[in-house]
Ligand binder design. Sequence first.
Ligand code: ADE
Length: 281
Amino acid sequence: MRETGEEVGEKRVGSVNVYILTLFPQMFSGVLGASILGRAIERGVIRVKLVDIRDFTHDAHKTADDYPYGGGPGMVMKPEPVYEAVDAVKEEIAGSGSQERPCVCLMTPQGEPFCDRAARELAGFSNLVLICGHYEGFDERVRYLADREISIGDYVLTGGEIPAMVVLDAVVRHVPGVLGSEESTRAESFSEGLLEGPQYTRPPEYRGLKVPEILLSGDHEKIRRWRRKQALKRTLERRPDLLDKAALTPEDRELLLEIAWEADTRDDLYPDAPPMGVRRG
Ligand code: ADE
């Protein structure tokens, strides 16, 4: 097993061990070394272990796949190396003194659609095991290993590695101590069930596009209300399905009424900008 990052001390608040079972551990080197994820690993807030499923094969050719019973195109991942890899990981977790069962997740397009709620739930485990399928699929018995099956979208990728990276990235952002401030997750898209509103930085005007006056006003209450309204408006325009599920306050309902009254539903930040469809060309 290859280990990235170092443990810092005995007890780490909000730490999580992630075991990634894959036939292609080299695919992860970029994401694990850079940005927020890289820093979290370096600081020991999370620990990622890449487990090469091929290390659990027993023949000279390290065969991890085989022809499907009944015929048909493509190859199927064999169950034995995956089972043995999971056994080894579970033994290691038990040996580390952890009382908690790990959550074993299988990456598959047939799984539950991955979302922010799932990311938060997974961030609550001390030990996560992500199994990446490859080839045309895996032997059905591999499913019995999993507590959860996760899909990152309605498309079929060549393997579960990119989905595992997506899950890992979304999960670690919810581990306390990974992001600079707790605030940054709270205000973000989905954490309150809404999309985030527009953000700006300097300069105040660029190529004729101005930062909304209110953001320069210094009136914090007005800015808070404006931001909330923009988040509601954007969600209404782009993902109205999210509004049905969001916990809306009386103020939110008031803002939604205001939005409804403003008859022109076009992006009023830039009244001269072409509508979205035209912008996309
Ligand atoms: N493996 C291949 N495609 C996938 C997807 N969309 N989600 C999760 N795992 C996958």
